[in-house]
Design a protein around this ligand. Structure first.
Ligand SMILES: Cc1cc2nc3c(=O)[nH]c(=O)nc-3n(C[C@H](O)[C@H](O)[C@H](O)COP(=O)(O)OP(=O)(O)OC[C@H]3O[C@@H](n4cnc5c(N)ncnc54)[C@H](O)[C@@H]3O)c2cc1C
Length: 466
């Protein structure tokens, strides 16, 4: 463990993809993962014999051909192509999601349909030359007030804990793929094409099979993966970085790739960022999430849908998924199913600290009120994630830019991944960053700054798929 060409912090998809690619190019690589298991947010685990994910996870068709080809090589036929089959709660009704024109016309409340039609017709009048002031302004200008108020405003409050007026417009650009009525209409009408929004890739044994296959391939290529091992301190030098571990040992690294949260990196590098950037780092916030897994003993699935999306303001649940419906897997038990409810929250609120019993009762009651089949769970399991959604509150940009400028100037340390760049990105984005970081390494083992800057410019155009 005492030296390596490359030390990677974090064994999520970004860290593992980087480690595998770097090892394939002949480098010695050590991965340090604080948790006792690999995978980060993209890992899977078992609840009552059913493989489940950390909330609803899909590999989107936007995944680049080079990455998809590698994943097909690793997973073979286990990487299935599936059709999305979800539902969205609009007003008092459930509509299919992705949206279908005929169903929308029949089921959406008339008042809302008329509002949407008026908003579409008046879209040109809402255009302004000035940049939008915030998330609410961006989406009200683009989509119109009807859809914004019914869906996007309540979702924003639940996901990020802030009203749309206090969220930066950048959040709208990064999170909303169809940001005008016409783009939504085009998505509804376009049933063929590359499958964007309608199809997804998913492994037979859960989303975590991707990171498990990456970890296996990385190990086979010689990567050492140290679990339960956090990097406590990084001291960059002229030609090495000293990585100090919790037990006092250290590793000399030619290069460090960090996929840990950017504010965490600011705390462990010595010397740290200037006072101002450090103060800014302390104000960069992440939303946390409680995942509530409900085991339901029954011979059929709870519903035939993969996920139900709930913008409703009167429940903290944003989505409930049924993992067995994401795949065709004969190994899934026939006499039970597991549901997973996602509850975004803050570390100091009542959702985060509620007991498992209270959380389960709340989820069951709230879902029953929306007309979904009653749930009588035989067991409840919860998971609590501290760093889930980066919060782009108004003013975040300056704080992030200062911290990012400090991180970019670090010698032999490069940060990327969803938490490492404080971005909302998908798994395929995180893995793509990893590939680009390895490709930017020069023969001396340092990152070529011009190549990395070009890659960063590409990452800035990422738009998250839900
Ligand atoms: C509810 C939910 C739904 C999602 N749905 C989708 C989806 O449908 N499709 C999709 O593509 N993506 C989805 N994502 C996003 C996806 O999970 C992430 O994009 C992906 O996991 C990011 O990978 P990463 O390696 O950058 O970060 P992570 O997965 O967060 O991995 C970072 C790793 O670093 C480790 N770490 C932290 N600090 C230290 C330290 N000091 N030392 C060592 N290790 C450390 C952590 O333990 C973790 O394992 C979803 C995420 C959530 C929360």
């Amino acid at each position: 463990m005492s030296s390596a060409d490359l030390v990677v912090l974090g064994a999520g998809p970004a860290g593992l993809a980087a480690a595998w690619r770097a090892a394939r190019s002949g480098r010695s690589v050590t991965v340090l993962e604080r948790a006792p298991v690999i995978g980060g947010m993209a890992g899977s685990f078992e609840v009552a014999g059913v493989r489940v994910d950390h909330g609803s996870h899909r590999l989107h068709p936007a995944t680049s051909p080079r990455l998809l080809a590698d994943l097909h090589d690793l997973l073979g036929d286990d990487l299935q192509l599936r059709r999305r089959h979800g539902r969205l709660h609009v007003g008092d009704v459930w509509v299919g999601f992705p949206l279908a024109a005929a169903e929308l016309a029949q089921r959406i409340p008339r008042r809302m349909l008329v509002g949407m039609a008026v908003d579409a017709a008046t879209a040109p009048a809402r255009r302004r030359p000035s940049p939008p002031a915030n998330y609410a302004d961006a989406l009200t200008r683009g989509l119109g007030p009807t859809l914004y108020r019914a869906l996007y405003a309540p979702f924003a409050l639940k996901l990020w804990g802030l009203p749309g007026e206090r969220i930066d417009a950048e959040q709208a650009r990064r999170r909303v793929t169809a940001d005008t009525p016409w783009k939504i209409a085009a998505r509804i009408v376009r049933r063929r094409g590359n499958g964007q929004g309608r199809l997804f890739h998913y492994p037979r044994r859960g989303f975590g099979q991707i990171v498990e296959a990456l970890a296996q391939a990385a190990s086979d290529a010689g990567v050492r993966i140290a679990l339960g091992t956090a990097a406590e301190q990084l001291v960059p030098g002229a030609d090495r970085v000293r990585v100090r571990l919790g037990d006092g040992r250290s590793i000399e690294a030619g290069q460090v790739f960090s996929t840990v949260p950017l504010p965490t990196l600011a705390k462990i590098v010595t010397p740290g960022p200037p006072e101002r950037a450090l103060a800014g780092a302390a104000q960069l916030r992440f939303r946390a999430m409680v995942l509530v897994y409900l085991v339901v003993d029954r011979r059929q699935r709870w519903t035939p849908y993969d996920a139900h999306y709930l913008p409703d303001a009167d429940t903290p649940v944003t989505r409930v998924s049924e993992p067995a419906n994401y795949r065709a897997n004969l190994d899934d038990p026939a006499d039970r199913t597991v549901l997973c409810a996602e509850l975004p929250c803050a570390l100091d609120d009542e959702v985060w600290s509620a007991s498992d019993h209270d959380l389960a009762a709340r989820v069951c009651d709230d879902l029953a009120r929306t007309g979904l089949p009653a749930i009588r769970p035989s067991a409840v399991v919860t998971r609590r994630l501290r760093h889930v959604y980066p919060v782009y509150d108004v003013g975040f940009r300056t704080r992030l830019e200062e911290l990012d400028a400090w991180a970019a100037a670090l010698r032999r340390i490069t940060t990327f991944g969803r938490l490492g760049l404080f971005a909302h990105d998908n798994t395929h984005h995180a893995m793509e960053m990893a590939y680009d970081a390895v490709d930017a390494l020069d023969t001396g083992g340092s990152v070529d700054q011009a190549a990395w800057s070009a890659a960063r410019a590409r990452f800035a155009t990422h738009v998250v798929e839900d």
